[in-house]
Design a binder for this molecule. Structure first.
Ligand code: PLP
Length: 418
């Protein structure tokens, strides 16, 4: 370890409020004051888009950036330090996902992991997926259509879940090579019956891929116990850094790397590893694991309190998905007669940050494809807000949202009607 390099101290910003590291802290050196001032007053209910960096992740990231700067492929001691940081992070991620360390390949995120698996499909193959999947699955499959890959996008029920009998029937189409279903939905938080679906696929000899980006750190996962052949994870959904993720590959699953040019990640993903990012991912996983059950219980109570307050104050509000089989921290609600986009803008002015749905979908004038696939009428799909809570969300913030929201909804409705 180089002696001239100071070990990083604790993060400069105190933690515990929304926005966390850039959160309710004194403006940090190098940060625009306006951004800090704004984040300090913001109630952040957009964790499914991206969660604030956990303090443990920041520590690990800074520590690895300062001390593990060697190339993990180098033979010297600094290379070994970088390799040790990778091994530690791999164990931390693997423990949270319930898989063996060596089955994980670090990637740039769940988009790359999903794309990588879907590019394995032979030309002309048939794939079964849900109509509510993330664009990193659906758009990749649309592109695969150019080489003859056929996709069945299964509809879902009003609870956002795939019907196992329909799923089984769809797998019977000749040439079916893969089924791809997300563990939990990014917009509604709907949890799919993955144990049942993967067992059906295994019984029919079809590979099963699971996008677990929104499930890791939110649900107890034991993926190695299920007949799941591959799974995708993303660090920034659980308080790790952006641009880092992982791909789980069940031992023995045939695999062609997406990146070539080196034997990194056991020749499964070429390219010098992002050691600081990966170390941050590992630390976020460990922190998430330690608070998994109490955290979900607490957030479930806050979420239920939020919904109870909304339905009292805005009686015609409609909950999309739930109350069963849904992530504890997610609430998707339509406010008839109001535009979701306008509500997001108005709430932002009141210091409340949330989304209408998927971050990659925001800015689009189209209604949420996830809600439409659930059978939500178009007018209601355009009137939806996604509240996604996180470890930093407090009861006082939920009370504040309940204070502000009814008046904002009434104002937006009046403006629309005028
Ligand atoms: N899959 C799901 C279910 C997601 O919610 C996301 C993020 O929005 C992704 C994949 C893409 O993850 P990443 O941002 O790590 O590429």
């Amino acid at each position: 370890m180089p002696r001239s390099w100071p070990r990083p101290g604790p993060p400069t910003a105190p933690l515990g409020g929304p926005g966390v590291l850039c959160g309710r802290a004194a403006p940090q050196r190098g940060r625009p004051a306006s951004l800090c001032a704004r984040a300090m007053t913001q109630i952040y209910l957009d964790h499914n888009a991206s969660a604030p960096l956990r303090p443990e992740a920041l520590h690990a990231l800074c520590d690895a950036a300062a001390h593990c700067f060697g190339n993990a492929s180098s033979a010297h001691a600094l290379g070994a330090a970088a390799r040790a940081a990778l091994s530690r992070a791999r164990r931390q991620v693997a423990t949270l996902a319930g898989v063996a360390s060596e089955t994980l390949v670090f990637t740039s995120g769940a988009t790359e992991s999903n794309n990588t698996v879907l590019r394995q499909l032979p030309d002309g193959a048939h794939v079964v997926t849900a109509a509510t999947e993330h664009p990193s699955v659906l758009e990749e499959l649309s592109a695969a259509g150019e080489r003859g890959v056929r996709t069945t996008r299964l509809p879902v029920g009003r609870d956002g879940r795939v019907d196992p009998a329909r799923f089984a029937a769809a797998l019977d189409e000749p040439g079916t090579a893969l089924a791809s279903v997300a563990f939990a939905n990014h917009e509604t938080g709907a949890i799919q019956p993955i144990a049942e679906l993967s067992a059906i696929a295994a019984a029919k000899g079809v590979r099963f891929h699971c996008d677990a980006a929104q499930a890791l750190g939110k649900l107890p996962l034991e993926l190695a116990r299920l007949p799941v052949d591959s799974a995708s994870f993303s660090a920034h959904k659980l308080g790790g850094p952006k641009g880092v993720g992982a791909l789980y590959l069940r031992p023995g699953v045939a695999f062609v790397p997406l990146h070539r040019g080196g034997a990194h990640e056991r020749a499964r993903r070429a390219g010098t590893e992002n050691v600081p990012g990966i170390a941050g991912f590992g630390a976020a996983c460990e922190a998430a694991r330690l608070e998994l059950e109490p955290g979900a219980r607490r957030l479930g109570e806050l979420r239920d309190r939020l919904w109870a307050g909304i339905s009292r104050a805005v009686p015609d509000a409609v909950r999309n998905g739930g109350p069963e089989h849904v992530l504890a921290h997610v609430l998707d609600v339509s406010f008839p007669g109001a535009s979701g986009e306008t509500l997001v803008e108005a709430l932002d002015l009141d210091g409340i940050a949330l989304s209408t749905g998927a971050a990659c979908h925001s800015g689009s004038t189209e209604p949420s494809p996830v809600l439409l696939a659930m059978g939500v009428p178009e007018a209601l799909a355009r009137a939806a807000l996604r509240f996604s809570l996180g470890p930093v969300t407090t009861r006082a913030e939920i009370e504040r949202v309940l204070e502000v929201l009814p008046a904002v909804v009434a104002r937006v409705r009046r403006a629309r009607a005028a």
